[in-house]
Design a binder for this molecule. Structure first.
Ligand SMILES: *Cc1c(COP(=O)(O)O)cnc(C)c1O
Length: 421
């Protein structure tokens, strides 16, 4: 799909254009080249057809398409079970509830993540303990994890986030927290196709939680999935996703099905619909090709930006596989010659969309009130945050657009002769 032709009139672009068309070109700045949206929701033609087929079928809520998507998704990530839900945030809450921990139990959460990760812990009746990150990876290290344990006590569980799609060192982190992998839940919102060592994220811990939000690697619009090798956990999530009911609507309305059901535990309204599942099944067939594209784009960015002073680039992991959900650079203000915020504005004025992943949770009033923040603060995240910048990354991005972004970045950097001696 040619992004330039559909921008900015396509409805998919409008979602992400805020920053792109918000900035005006100021006098003295280069003329805008081709607009480059930060993200773009790719919906394949087959997915569109599948959605129409479900709309015409007379059954749009959870049913046979959901069951098929669950089976196909589980196979893709190498897990025995997958349960389709309404979002990754719901997936995390359901997986954490299924651990059956005492109310108020402490759960380690990195401070550099999406707010949904911590909301899920709180909604599950648990207490998030925010963990600082290593500024080189943006993720907790064994050291920052061990420090949080020393300062806040032994946790009952831990959420690991594979930030940007880079593999987090699961075994090291679990060991540093003193937890078996059965008490680790992965926020895999960025990690569809991430490999830790030679194994895909999906059944490496008690449960992995994926997102099908509009910007994620397998976009449906909204949606999520819990994957696990534990049949009991899968059953708990399956029941709790729909009010905790013993029988869902599809089973009740089948010929010979009974209207009877009961509720024996707390439940959410967080089921996946067949409409989402039908789209997801067809999207999944495109995923390998989209992932190859993301990897090629990451390689291209790295080649083009290697010599720009003051930019620290994301590394391909020595072991495992990066899913390249994001291509997030770090702007080192001193060497680059400008700060991240000024750079964001300059790029926006040239119609280049960017984003920041993430504002650390310990900087947000709600989590300062509700989460435990270890004494000693978050020096790693605080050092990293001011320079974080995510560049456009999506499978429809063209090489020309990558060139546009990289030229704009190079032009924004301090010329070599101005560098401090
Ligand atoms: C997107 C995202 C989520 C939430 O996903 P939803 O499907 O929107 O609930 C959770 N964690 C991280 C790291 C994310 O980027």
């Amino acid at each position: 799909m040619d992004v330039s032709r559909s921008f900015p009139d396509g409805p998919a672009d409008r979602v992400f254009e805020g920053r792109l068309v918000g900035g005006s070109t100021r006098a003295g700045q280069p003329e805008p080249e081709e607009p480059v949206p930060f993200a773009r929701t790719e919906i394949s033609a087959e997915a569109r057809e599948a959605a129409l087929r479900v709309l015409d079928s007379g059954w749009v809520t959870t049913g046979p398409e959901t069951a098929l998507f669950e089976r196909e998704f589980a196979a893709y990530v190498g897990a025995a079970y997958a349960v389709g839900v309404s979002s990754c945030t719901a997936a995390l809450e359901l997986a954490l509830r299924a651990l059956r921990l005492p109310a108020g139990s402490r759960v380690l959460v990195p401070t550099l993540t999406f707010c949904g990760t911590a909301h899920a812990v709180l909604h599950a009746g648990l207490l998030p303990v925010l963990v600082d990150v290593d500024p080189r990876t943006g993720m907790p290290s064994a050291l920052t994890t061990a420090r949080a344990v020393v300062r806040c006590g032994k946790p009952a569980a831990m959420v690991v986030v594979h930030l940007a799609g880079a593999p987090a060192p699961l075994d090291e982190l679990a060991a540093a927290a003193g937890l078996p992998l059965e008490l680790v839940v992965e926020d895999a919102a960025h990690a569809l196709d991430t490999y830790v060592g030679d194994r895909p994220v999906g059944a490496l811990t008690r449960a992995a939680c994926f997102s099908f939000y509009a910007t994620k690697n397998l976009p449906i619009g909204e949606g999520g999935m819990v994957t696990t090798d534990d049949p009991e956990l899968a059953e708990r999530v399956h029941r709790a996703r729909l009010h905790g009911m013993s029988s869902d609507a599809w089973r009740r309305y089948q010929p010979g099905g009974s209207w009877r059901y009961t509720v024996d535990e707390a439940g959410l309204k967080a089921n996946m619909t067949d409409l989402q599942a039908a789209i997801g099944r067809m999207q999944l067939r495109h995923l390998p090709e989209w992932q190859r594209r993301r990897e090629a784009l990451a390689t291209l960015y790295t080649a083009r930006l290697r010599h720009v002073p003051g930019l620290r680039l994301p590394l391909a992991p020595a072991e495992g596989r990066h899913a390249w959900h994001l291509y997030a650079v770090r702007v080192l203000e001193e060497r680059f010659g400008r700060g991240r915020d000024e750079l964001v504005e300059r790029l926006a004025a040239q119609h280049i969309g960017t984003s920041v992943h993430f504002v650390p949770l310990h900087r947000m009033p709600y989590f300062r009130r509700t989460a435990l923040c270890p004494a000693g603060g978050f020096p790693g995240a605080d050092a990293l945050f001011p320079g974080l910048l995510s560049l456009p990354m999506h499978p429809a991005l063209t090489e020309r657009q990558v060139d546009t972004v990289c030229r704009a970045l190079a032009r924004s950097a301090r010329p070599a002769e101005e560098a401090p001696r």
